[in-house]
Design a protein around this ligand. Sequence first.
Ligand SMILES: [Zn+2]
Ligand SMILES: [Zn+2]
Length: 370
Amino acid sequence: MKAEVIVGMVSRFCALCGKETNELLENLCYECYRRLHPLVRLPSEIEVKVCKNCFSYYLSGKWVSPRSQQPLSALREAIRAKVRKSLKFEGKVEEVKVMNDILIKLPKKGEFLGIRVKVKGKVHEKLPSYEEEYLVRVTVTYSLCPSCMVVMGGKEKAILQLRADGRSIGREEMEKLKLTISKALEEVYEVDKGAVILDWVEKEGSLDVYLASTYAARRIASYIQKFFAAKRLETNKVIGYKRGKPVTRLTIRLSLPSFRKGDVVDFKGNPLLIESISKSGVKGLLLTNYSYVKVPFTKLFRNPKLIFRREELVKAMVTSVNPPYVTLLTEPEYKQVEVKLTKIPLWIKEGAKVNLLEVRGKIFLSPIIA
Ligand SMILES: [Zn+2]
Ligand SMILES: [Zn+2]
């Protein structure tokens, strides 16, 4: 038997290809690791939607005007933008090149284009940078963008009005609403190509969305109502006559309730902290006895008397609990307050932060709603 002398480090082997190397990532040699971990994920087929009139393209729920007026350059831009948007980065991507120069004439409807995508980067920080190439099948569909649709004879329009009863829509609520509308649009666009937004007008906590289709407006309104406790009102107005026939415009008004999560409202003479709002009603904490109640949206409860907005509540820290007394220190004034409570729930404990409110001379404590 021949004795083998091993000098230096012990060599290891790639678990997949068996190559002998000391450079391993999760038991794989660099080549095998790269093969199993592509830099980007992308769909095998991508549809690019362009306006056949002005060559605007549809990207993430919006129509984008191309930089170039020349159809072929505009289409190249549309493909580049759509392909880039469809890529999901898996590692550190340094550069993406969409090789759309093979496009030398406008493709026909339904024609497949093989577009190569070059990606530079690395999928693991230990790897040096490298380049990968992908092939994606692109089809181009031609339609009309909303402005061209209106110009070219158009459809009747609809306005979706978003409001809140007796207050303006808060910034967070507004962002959520816009996101919900974008999601709804994408869904509705599949069945109604008129589901495109002509204009958004946002001012002083209200939002008006102008749409090219009444069907889309109704679908989007219903979609919003799935997630928001919004009251709906539809009106149809004659806005003019075309060849003797009335042209109508649909207005759908969605109103959010006057209160938000974290506000304190009056419920049968007692302060009620709104903990959550669903499309059918609210769940709240009665601050008189710390019991939870579920209240459906009846006519009476859509606009209850607001006692405190959540921003108006005073913050305080519990410094001691000696039933039935609770001592607190208000913030930021550091005023000491003692409250007598017949029931002390678990969240009222030393060191806890709570809200403090005074209603008709009586002090109530409430948990802080995030
Ligand atoms: Zn290997
Ligand atoms: Zn257009």
